[in-house]
Design a protein around this ligand. Structure first.
Ligand code: ADE
Length: 221
């Protein structure tokens, strides 16, 4: 996979790219690139934004600036799947993470200020994605959330083959939240690990886990 971030603040990602699962997929061939809108802006003095038509607070990322950044990165080559991070976008979830992880080339556009000129969403991007119904100061943390959920699906990310197979919201659990986990000690201050998990009976453990996963799904509805 190739994953590109477009941002005004690439330094936000310095910590992210150093994380183990990200390094694992990079070692296995995933390519991660960063593009700064300011480096390809066609406007003087590095301008990237402008006041909104109709008035209002804040500045809006310009469509010509984002178009120029995409042109500079891809020219006439095949366009990747381009995703805008915006609080007004489609809600990000596990099935969208699975879908994006299957893309050979994914581009995440981070906005700042009041957000994007809507023509970016309408004409330059394939989707707008929100990570939740709240407003962040920029798209960078949202892009990292999406990238994290996507990259950990790639083979080798977690360092063991079944890493992401049976976890919350996966097909293996019919989309339900994962069952609870426990580890040693078996009794801590009277808080006991369920007996079934100590029984060594794999079939009973499996049934218990499925039941607890379904119970969690029902209580979160
Ligand atoms: N940019 C600002 N807030 C956001 C959110 N909740 N999701 C995605 N991108 C954002």
């Amino acid at each position: 996979m190739r994953l590109d971030f477009f941002t005004l603040f690439p330094a936000w990602f310095d910590w992210f790219v150093g994380q183990r699962h990200v390094q694992n997929v990079v070692r296995d061939g995933t390519r991660i690139e960063f593009f700064n809108y300011r480096e390809s802006t066609p406007l003087s003095a590095g301008q990237v934004d402008d006041a909104p038509y109709g008035g209002g607070a804040g500045m809006v990322l310009r469509v010509d600036v984002v178009d120029a950044a995409l042109q500079a990165a891809y020219a006439d080559r095949a366009r990747p799947r381009v995703v805008v991070l915006a609080p007004t976008g489609r809600q990000f979830d596990e099935s969208l993470a699975v879908e994006l992880a299957a893309e050979p080339h994914l581009t995440l556009l981070c906005g700042r200020y009041e957000g994007f000129d809507e023509r970016i969403v309408d004409h330059l991007a394939d989707d707008a994605i929100s990570i939740g119904r709240y407003v962040l100061s920029g798209g960078e943390p949202a892009a990292m959330v999406v990238a994290d959920a996507v990259l950990r699906k790639l083979p080798g990310a977690l360092g063991h083959p079944d890493g992401a197979a049976e976890e919350s919201f996966s097909a293996a659990l019919d989309g339900a939240p994962e069952y609870p986990h426990y580890t040693r000690p078996p009794n801590y201050r009277g808080w006991k690990v369920p007996d079934v998990l100590l029984s060594g009976d794999h079939e009973r453990v499996r049934e218990w886990r499925i039941e607890r996963s379904r119970r969690r799904a029902a209580s979160s509805r």
